[in-house]
Write a protein that binds this ligand. Sequence first.
Ligand code: ADP
Ligand code: ADP
Ligand code: ZN
Ligand code: ZN
Length: 820
Amino acid sequence: MPHDPNEPFVHVRGASEHNLKNVDVDLPRDAMVAFTGVSGSGKSSLAFGTLYAEAQRRYFESVAPYARRLVQQMGVPHVQEITGLPPAVALQQRRGAPSSRSSVGTLTTLSNLLRMLFSRAGTYPAGAPHLAAEAFSPNTVAGACPRCHGLGVEHDVSEELMVPDPSLSIREGAIAAWPGAWQGANLRSIVTGLGIDVDKPWRSLTKKDRQWLLFTDEQPKVFIKPERDRVDHGYHGLFWSARAHIHHVLATSKSQMMRDKAMRFMRSVPCPDCEGTGLRPEALKVTFRGLNIAEMNALSFTELVALLRPVAELREAAAATSSADSGEATEVAVRLCADLVARVRVLLDLGLGYLSLGRSSTTLSPGEAQRLRIATQLRSGLFGVVYVLDEPSAGLHPADAAPLLDVLETLKGSGNSLFVVEHDLDIVRRADWVVDIGPGAGEGGGRVLYSGPVDGLEQVADSVTGAHLFGRVEAPHRPQRVPQGWLHLRGVSRHNLEDLSVDVPLCVMTAVTGVSGSGKSTLVTQVLAELVRRHLGQAPDDAEDDELEIDIDAATGLESFDRLVRVDQRPIGRTPRSNLATYTGLFDAVRKEYAGTPEARERGYGAGRFSFNVAEGRCETCQGEGFVTVELLFLPGTYAPCPTCHGARYNAETLEIEYRGKNIAEVLALSVDEASDFLADLPAAARSLTTLREVGLGYLRLGQPATELSGGEAQRIKLATELQRARRGHALYLLDEPTAGLHPADIALLLRQLHRLVDAGNTVVLVEHDLDTIISADWVIDLGPRGGDEGGRVVATGTPEQVARAEDSATAPYLAARLS
Ligand code: ADP
Ligand code: ADP
Ligand code: ZN
Ligand code: ZN
């Protein structure tokens, strides 16, 4: 069927990707289309897995016909036909960790403009040559500080760590970094021989001596006289400063224990040459409006606009002359500043005025990162494109969602289509068209229940979305709980929290609310988590987590907790080798069953054989991964199913063993719902499976790799794993936006489980934006009033009803509207 370009619809015929049931659907172009449905119903399979994947495939074929074979190997979406599909851009927020060298400036490409500004229009020291734009980037050879190669940090020993107690003398062990025993005694004798008093408190030694003892590279040899009553004749001892000793251990020691000990005296310090900026000194000498580029990168967007606006508005600019030392008043400066200001204004409109260009992208929340990407697209000038977006409202306070919608409208207005997977009903209401998928998840979903203007969904009886959208679902009634005590924090400072005092009630559910950047995550997932973690002596959650420095005057009530559980959206594993079954532990029980079958015993297969991570049982071609990496010339690594095992991950012999008629790979392919029938009589597995179904994850397959799960799914898997062992207790549960990515029906399921934890005596604290969830909490702590420096205070605290009446709270009016 040739497509008529004037016909404003994308036609999809016979889509059967994942759980989609031969779906036919027509979607309007130049419109905002919302894809709705419960978690696992098939929204992403249609929007990303079919529409975006097909657009991407066509693009690759057109740019690289010779790669066709590989593109096919990569996988073609299961769909008979799509017509009228424009090129697509995906703005997905869940997967892929950003590299630490990328920053807000690189993500938005604003850094390029700023570098151009410094290169062409900066003020240079008298007579200095003008630098190229690259010279202002620490990520280029031209710009990187030669000492730290642009990293801005160096790992080195620090005096505080090497001498933890400066009231001690050297003899008493002031220099903790020095070796003990004979070597230590030896060093003391050498120091004495050098004329330094080893019995004086460290802090009374001269600064020169202290620096020398800790940091010198000199290694004088000193003759050590024999002590009285000893018969030997003395010897020459070699001096090692504490730093030299530690570097020596790290360079030569084979003992992991020694190396670990040495590492404890090291920390990353800002590079002294570039003061942490990663830039060459010549670049740092160039200024614009009195600031160098590093200082400008540290300004908040709000400050940056204020600084550049006067230049952008200059009326009488001079023509650029490359010979002058300053180009601040030239036409180039005006043009570049005007462009910068216009682009940064969009970010202010999106509520991101508190961010700065230099902020590392690893510290951004997914919602912040997605808004930056959306704003960047706005300036890309593309039209006739479909933007496929993944829950743009996730992580947004209702007050922040409104300007985002305006930006989406602008994208649409400039001739683009928006396909948006979305749960927030206020956003769904603003769409031109809704495609509702369901009715259930996994096998129980995959059908299009409705496709048309939003109003029409009211008539669709079996749509859960319709029921929530048109108020046919009543919130369960819960009696308000009374706090059984309080955790008092006094004088907390971190990020934008400044000398904050806050009280957290015990044995109830508390929602911490506030606009983006108000300080919620800082308070909950950093301050609270770190204080309780330390009190309990638990190790940091993740090997990559460092201990956080928390500046606090006093904390009481920490002893009320005997356990800390963080249920966050971080992946349950970083490789496809971990999955739902391995994470929850239920796979152990399954592997034991396989090893216990008569056939396995006869062949001598133990439980380990049935792990795809163990050499004997796994497929050798793909090493148990199920797929292999395909090198496409110009694309980052792409995956294709393993040609030997076709994704089964095991070798043929292992797959010969059957348990109840299925081999181990077939069990990993079961959904949680199917597995709970298949393994119903296996208590160790059944318990995990039941809790997974209770949090709404019955549709997930047991072997679904950790890397394919969304943040919301990872979070609910953690919660389910926790619930399966939950007992009456005094645990503190911390959750960062547990409802992000969830349909209202899934939120209801999740809340029931969280309330169960509170009823069992635990304390739950959540960072939350979803109004229904906030209303279901017993207590609310509202931070604000705005983001960044204008936030970080407790604006209102109390029951949801009390906070709804607070003045100056950005949350109150929304709560009040919902409660009325
Ligand atoms: P939604 O976006 O509505 O939450 P999805 O489209 O992600 O739902 O998932 C629909 C169904 O397809 C679920 O049963 C899910 O387990 C399955 N599924 C998702 N991704 C994959 C995949 N990569 N391989 C196989 N099945 C998948
Ligand atoms: P919320 O969770 O309410 O969105 P955050 O706690 O993430 O707010 O941020 C509060 C403030 O602290 C913001 O001004 C933010 O820019 C700043 N901030 C957050 N994380 C970091 C970080 N890693 N480094 C520097 N500033 C940060
Ligand atoms: Zn440096
Ligand atoms: Zn294989």
